[in-house]
Ligand binder design. Structure first.
Ligand code: NAD
Length: 417
């Protein structure tokens, strides 16, 4: 397993649990040391205990860098980052580096399995670096959700395997046999497209929910009821149809932009997706407007309590978090920020990180719920009301009981409620 981050670590530990022997290779010495002592750097339900069990069972070991031990591997999974380049396209530097480092250690007949999210055509890029007929390259995109990564690995909706060699594809599919999942075997370009299309569709669905929420505010409808009403239609479904502060995280922003670029390079203007990306920026502004409106029209000199910083609950991942985007906008307009997140203790630029929600709300002019951590649902409005300077609640995740907060004297604004 090359790269022991969110995807690589989850895949390494779970494949070991399925009975395979796994070596996790990473270039980060501190991470490798921590992992070998069973300390994992990410918050993922169940991952630490599986990792420890597998280390104890000696089916899993982590190593720093590349060595002869890789020669025993039948499958080499690439799980390295594919960040956004300056022009929005996916940057393949880490993929190229990892594959180049692997070259002296590839055993004949082994399969390089690409789990990183890569532009269409990247299987060929890897094949061109390897240039060996006895090594196969297979695309096997990853669909796990942070916050439920272990569950998603063990109960996948589908396994996608893309290869021009049917036998190599089947060997990869067989690794997952005991999961009894639906397997889709296709060509590499289709597998690579499936991953981007899935993320683009999910981002579109979220933006659609945000647009309908905005419409609800204009026409006096309630988004909770509207979503229940449309979500019952099986053709639509009720998942991923929740309004919020705008989507973010380590995947959607970079993957949607990369897909626009992939389309552009292939001569297709993906206007629909460009619209979805632009609309998401507007959503951040809409939340900032709600806060500004609550505090009387200007944010200058106002102190705002932000509850939640991670891009979603049950993870400690801050990459491209909507909460951070909104904090940045609030600061630019002159606000100072107190913030609390159950997983964030390290300092953040110009943000006063607090230890509890009540400390965060002390002497603030408005409270913004930016991440849907369950502990915020049970906040006590009377207690919070005693410490704030003004009773303004902006619930960008629609998780609070609006009536309860209003009854305690707060002005309450949700999204489309
Ligand atoms: P990550 O940043 O959490 O982990 C990447 C790891 O790769 C790091 O530990 C880093 O030290 C290591 N690394 C970098 N260069 C290396 C090299 N040359 N050799 C060995 N290790 C190296 O990234 P991630 O979130 O796991 O994402 C990995 C890929 O999976 C990306 O393409 C991403 O788009 C995709 N993906 C991510 C998710 C997710 O939810 N995070 C879901 C599906 C797909």
């Amino acid at each position: 397993m090359v790269g022991a981050g969110y995807v690589g670590l989850t895949t390494a530990s779970c494949l070991a649990q399925l009975g395979h022997s796994v070596i996790g290779v990473d270039v980060d010495a501190t991470k490798v040391d921590h992992l070998n002592s069973g300390v994992i750097p990410i918050v993922e339900d169940g991952l630490e205990s599986i990792t420890r069990q597998m280390l104890d069972a000696k089916r899993l070991v982590f190593q720093l860098g590349y060595s002869d031990s890789i020669k025993s591997a039948e499958f080499i999974f690439l799980c390295v980052p594919t960040p956004q380049d300056e022009d929005g396209s996916a940057d393949l530097t880490y993929i190229r580096e990892a594959v180049t480092s692997l070259l002296p250690f590839l055993a004949s007949g082994s399969i390089i399995v690409n789990k990183s999210t890569v532009p269409v055509g990247s299987t060929l890029v890897v094949e061109e670096i390897v240039r060996r007929e006895d090594i196969f390259v297979v695309s096997n995109p990853e669909f796990l959700r942070e916050g439920s990564a272990v569950h998603d690995f063990l109960h996948p909706d589908r396994i996608v395997v893309g290869s021009s060699d049917r036998r190599a594809a089947q060997r990869v599919a067989d690794l997952y046999q005991s999961l009894n999942a639906r397997v889709i075997i296709c060509d590499p370009a289709s597998a690579e497209t499936i991953k981007y299309a899935a993320n683009a569709f999910l981002a579109t669905k979220l933006s659609f929910a945000n647009a309908i929420a905005a419409l609800c505010e204009h026409v006096g409808a309630n988004i909770d009821d509207v979503i229940e009403g449309i979500g019952q239609d099986k053709r639509i479904g009720n998942q991923f149809l929740k309004p919020g502060p705008g989507w973010g995280g380590s995947c959607f922003p970079k993957d949607t932009r990369a897909l626009v670029k992939i389309a552009e390079s292939a001569g297709y203007d993906f206007e629909l997706l460009r619209g979805v990306i632009d609309f998401n920026e507007i959503q951040f502004d809409r939340i900032v407007d709600k806060v500004r409106k609550a505090v009387g029209g200007t944010l200058t000199g106002k102190n705002i309590a932000v509850l939640g910083l991670t891009f979603k609950a049950h993870t400690n991942d801050l990459r491209d978090s909507p909460a951070l985007r909104i904090v940045e906008h609030l600061q630019l307009q002159g606000a100072t920020i107190n913030a609390y997140d159950p997983t964030v203790t390290n300092p953040l630029a110009q943000v006063n990180i607090c230890k509890t929600p009540i400390e965060t709300c002390d002497m603030t002019d408005a409270i913004l719920i930016a991440t849907e951590w369950p502990e915020f649902v049970s906040l006590n409005p009377s207690e919070i009301g005693k410490v704030v300077r003004s009773k303004n609640m902006i619930d960008a995740r629609n998780i609070l009981d609006a009536d309860l907060w209003r009854a305690a004297g707060f002005t309450y604004q949700g999204v489309g409620r």
